[in-house]
Design a binder for this molecule. Structure first.
Ligand code: MLT
Length: 409
């Protein structure tokens, strides 16, 4: 008799952003004609760069002719793209410890972040920062790695608190962890880690032989010097860290789907019986078993991002969205609400006055300002009372949202 995966019963009925969408639809049904500005999910609004569109068109033409047609590609991505990623995103940024074989092109950061649990052993102590991107905890619950629910939490999922009084930064845990999820620049709080702070985490992982899963989907938004763009800038990280990146937020790929994950061959981990394990080979095995690679057309589009035109387009996009984020941050500061983010990240994380719970404020933001936000508690209990807005809207909508926010001043 088939029985369904029990773990699904232990998660909330719907994923955070699906719940936001549901409540938004409900609001619109009750308030027909009311125009709502969406600043909840971090979906970009600027179109694909022209050079990407052209490259994809050419790739479509190739696919339409027998001589240049491409069937299954390499599951880990075409070499033309992996070599460019290595050269531009790492070697030219001073990271010399990686090779193209360490890079796996994917259909986006979210899938890989969810799928990486496939290479975890059993009975691991898994550390997730709270607030944090819900995919880390939810995918561990679904795979069973989180264990059973205990006292409002999970048997094997250890929350790493990032409290407001600590600027939403995590403190090193007192007991050893086996897996640590970190995301910097951070979604949702928009905070970033200095080189010294990240070094502490890498050293901690080296000491406890823990694997760090480093989500660096927002690295392009770093504007201040001294903030590492890649965890591999930190000595020793190539022994303990997997890094996950995405073209979504820089190049308009949220609907195209392309990113990559770095699983260095230099990672030093073993199996429970002490035998050596190559996570790089295991991830290749996982990908070749469950994934057929990202489409040729999409990878040709991503390749174009490494041309001078592509790089300029990314710079323009980042500048555009960061202006939105900075302006939102300024508006929130002038309302005398507490705020984080909007400096090295496209997210603005704030606590409106009077203090109240996040979902109530979500409704209030809709009702009073016609703005859809993401409730901070959706990212974990430590986010209660906070909300997140994204800088990924159009300039016009962002200006309008700011006018509305300032209208009661
Ligand atoms: C977010 O809004 O947190 C992101 O858009 C979610 C994602 O990238 O999957």
């Amino acid at each position: 008799m088939f029985t369904a995966n029990q773990n699904f019963r232990m998660l909330p009925e719907s994923y955070l952003f699906s719940e936001v969408g549901r409540r938004l639809r409900e609001f619109k049904e009750k308030n027909p004609g009311r125009e709502v500005i969406r600043m909840d999910i971090g979906d970009v609004t600027r179109p694909l760069p022209e050079c990407v569109v052209e490259a994809m068109r050419r790739a479509i033409d190739e696919m339409g002719h027998a001589e240049t047609f491409h069937g299954y590609g390499p599951e880990q991505g075409y070499d033309f793209l992996r070599e460019l990623i290595l050269e531009y995103d790492y070697v030219q940024m001073g990271v010399k410890c990686l090779g193209a074989e360490d890079i796996f092109v994917s259909d986006g950061a979210k899938s890989d972040l969810g799928n990486l649990t496939d290479i975890f052993g059993i009975d691991l102590r898994i550390g997730v920062t709270t607030p944090g991107y819900p995919v880390y905890a939810d995918s561990n619950v679904l795979s069973g790695a989180a264990g059973i629910p205990v006292g409002g939490g999970w048997e094997r999922l250890i929350e790493i608190p990032c409290p407001a009084f600590n600027g939403f930064m995590p403190e090193l845990p007192e007991s050893p962890l086996d897996v640590i999820y970190l995301c910097y620049p951070n979604n949702p709080t928009g905070t970033s880690m200095t080189r010294e702070q990240l070094t502490e985490w890498v050293d901690y992982a080296l000491m406890c032989k823990a694997l760090i899963i480093y989500d660096s989907a927002y690295e392009a938004y770093i504007t201040q010097p001294g903030i590492p763009h890649s965890i591999y800038e930190i000595p020793g990280a190539e022994k303990v860290a997997i890094e996950v990146r995405s073209f979504s937020k820089t190049a308009g790929f949220t609907g195209v789907r392309c990113g990559y994950t770095v699983v260095p061959r230099t990672l030093e981990f073993g199996f429970a019986d002490g035998a050596e394990a190559s996570l790089n080979r295991m991830w290749l095995r996982r990908q070749t078993t469950k994934f057929n690679g990202v489409g040729y057309i999409v990878q040709k589009g991503a390749e174009a991002l490494y041309t001078p035109e592509g790089r300029e387009a990314i710079e323009r996009n980042v500048a555009y969205y960061m202006k939105n984020a900075r302006d939102l941050r300024e508006a929130i500061i002038s309302k005398r609400w507490e705020v984080f983010g909007g400096v090295n990240a496209p997210y603005v994380w704030f606590r409106p006055l009077p203090h109240g719970d996040s979902w109530k404020w979500f409704e209030r933001m809709l009702g009073e300002y016609g703005i859809s936000s993401t409730p901070g508690v959706g990212f974990g209990a430590m986010g209660e009372g906070w909300l997140r807005l994204t800088g990924f809207g159009s300039r016009e909508n962002t200006r309008e949202a700011i006018d509305r926010l300032m209208s009661d001043m």
